[in-house]
Design a protein around this ligand. Structure first.
Ligand code: UDP
Length: 485
């Protein structure tokens, strides 16, 4: 054996799933390592998911980092910014038990690398003190990483918080973006969450390497900016390893379940005729927005498969509704489901997205631009209609639309952020029926082939994985055990 590689995902299904794909990928090509995925005990991980992976990939070991007591979680998760802050905080609070875990694991097998999610930035101090080479796994793309690493430089370049800027933001490898496209969590410098991102960007630049879920030919301008050192102007950029696209097949089902009924429905639809609408693991809309979407879809007359969730509890349309989840139908225009029956299908909450995007009946994808969704769309060869909601998704949209030209975009109302039924109808027609949509599709298909090639024998992503493994093998394997342990 060559020793062990320890992966440390942040809480949250998306980050865990992506890290598990990395674990599978490493073991699939370099089985001489043992791979352990650490799980934080608080909040509890998705046990169904972990059990399913353990059943199909017994070579991946899961290890729980013992729980710590956390401060009042209501304070931490009362707003999106606080929710993100709580993620950084939870990881930081686990540092003492993480240290014990790493020391204990190092006794059975030399730890050759510690690969952390960027939300696990606080853990870098622990692994560095133990002399364990630490890599970051960036679950978004090279364009996201380029902009993220450039945050300290932007801090110097612009005197104000992004939320107060009135000019386009210029970043290496990126088309100019509006300040409104910067992630909400870093838009206000006076918030603590801003310092978490800032510190993470600074620290990432000091790591042994940056592993990115992308492939070399997918985001060339961002990757060039990274590799030319333009994103860390005051220091050195660590080696970048593009090992993707790592896409979790079966991500929408829990192991062993029957084929989802929406796939059977898709079997009956004409080739490339269906528009799929899905907004990630957390996307929810107000009742008002759901109605606009429904009207736009109905008027467009396209076939559609739409993943719908009930509006959030604070939505005024939910006032007075029983405590039991009412289902989504009461939030849609009256008669909508009947009128669109046959050509439209609604799936509540969750669909097997990877399988849907790989189905021959699907011809377009309305996406919130989460990075996994983008990669899954490209692997399915599908043109996208970009409708970002949170995190770095507005930046992803800018890059997808302006730079890569793989997506069209919806335009939100300046006033209330709503996308109107008219706007959606028009964009859907454009994507599914116009020359513009066809041109997007013509660009996505070669990207799909490039993605397949990158992961084939001799392809860029497999060669890069071999380079990464070479770097890991060459690194230190002596864990410095602290006196106290
Ligand atoms: N997903 C799914 N079914 C759904 C919604 C999402 O399988 O109904 C999966 C999707 O395939 C992707 C992940 O959840 O792998 C969402 O990740 P992404 O990075 O796109 O967005 P996030 O949830 O992190 O915002």
């Amino acid at each position: 054996m060559d020793g062990s590689i320890i992966l440390y995902p942040s809480p949250g299904r998306g980050h865990l799933a992506s890290m598990v794909e990395l674990a599978k990928h490493i073991l699939g090509h370099h089985p001489s390592f043992s791979v352990t995925v650490l799980l934080l005990s608080t909040p509890p991980p998705d046990t169904h998911f972990v059990a399913a992976v353990s059943a199909t990939h017994p070579s991946i070991t899961f290890h729980h980092v013992p729980a710590v007591s956390l401060p009042n979680s209501d304070d931490l998760s009362s707003s999106p910014a606080n929710f993100i802050l709580s993620t950084f905080e939870i990881v930081r609070l686990h540092n003492p038990t993480l240290q014990e875990t790493l020391v204990s694991l190092s006794k059975s097998s030399a730890i050759k690398a510690f690969i952390i999610d960027f939300f696990c930035n606080a853990a870098f101090g622990v692994s560095a003190s133990l002399n364990i080479p630490t890599y970051y796994y960036f679950t978004s793309g090279a364009s996201g990483l380029a902009s993220f690493l450039y945050v300290p430089a932007l801090h110097k370049k612009y005197p104000d918080s992004f939320k107060d800027l009135n000019e386009s933001i210029i970043m290496p490898g990126f088309p100019p973006v509006s300040p409104r496209d910067m992630p909400m969590a870093i838009s206000n410098r006076s918030l603590k969450v801003y310092s978490c991102f800032f510190d993470t960007a600074v620290q990432m630049a000091k790591s042994a390497g940056l592993i990115i879920n992308t492939f070399d030919s997918f985001e060339p301008s961002a990757l060039k900016a990274l590799r030319d050192g333009l994103c860390v102007p005051d220091g050195a950029t660590p080696p970048t390893y593009c090992v993707g696209p790592l896409v979790a097949a079966g991500g929408g089902t829990k192991g062993g379940e029957e084929r989802h009924e929406c796939l059977g429905w898709l079997d009956l639809q004409p080739s490339r005729s269906v528009l799929f609408l899905s907004f990630g693991s957390m996307g929810v809309f107000s009742a008002r927005q759901l109605k606009e979407i429904a009207i736009g879809l109905e008027r467009s007359e396209v076939r559609f498969l739409w993943v719908v969730r009930v509006p959030p509890p604070h939505d005024e349309a939910r006032h007075g509704s029983a405590e039991v989840e009412p289902g989504v139908e009461p939030f849609l225009p009256e008669g909508f489901v009947d009128r669109t029956r046959g050509r439209g299908k609604i799936v509540e909450s969750w669909a097997p997205q990877v399988e849907v995007l790989g189905h021959g009946s699907v011809g377009g994808f309305v996406t919130h631009c989460g990075w996994n969704s983008v990669l899954e769309a490209v692997c399915g060869g599908l043109p996208m209609l970009a409708w970002p909601l949170y995190a770095e998704q507005r930046l992803n949209r800018a890059y997808l639309v302006e730079e890569m030209k793989l997506a069209l975009s919806v335009t939100e109302s300046e006033e209330d952020g709503l996308v109107s039924a008219d706007e959606l109808e028009e964009r859907v027609n454009e994507l599914m029926r116009s020359e513009k949509g066809r041109a997007i599709k013509d660009r996505v298909l070669p990207m799909r082939d490039a993605a397949t090639a990158a992961l084939s024998e001799g392809g860029s992503s497999l060669s890069t994985l071999a380079e990464l493994i070479g770097s890991i093998k060459a690194g230190s394997s002596e864990v410095d055990v602290p006196d106290l342990v």
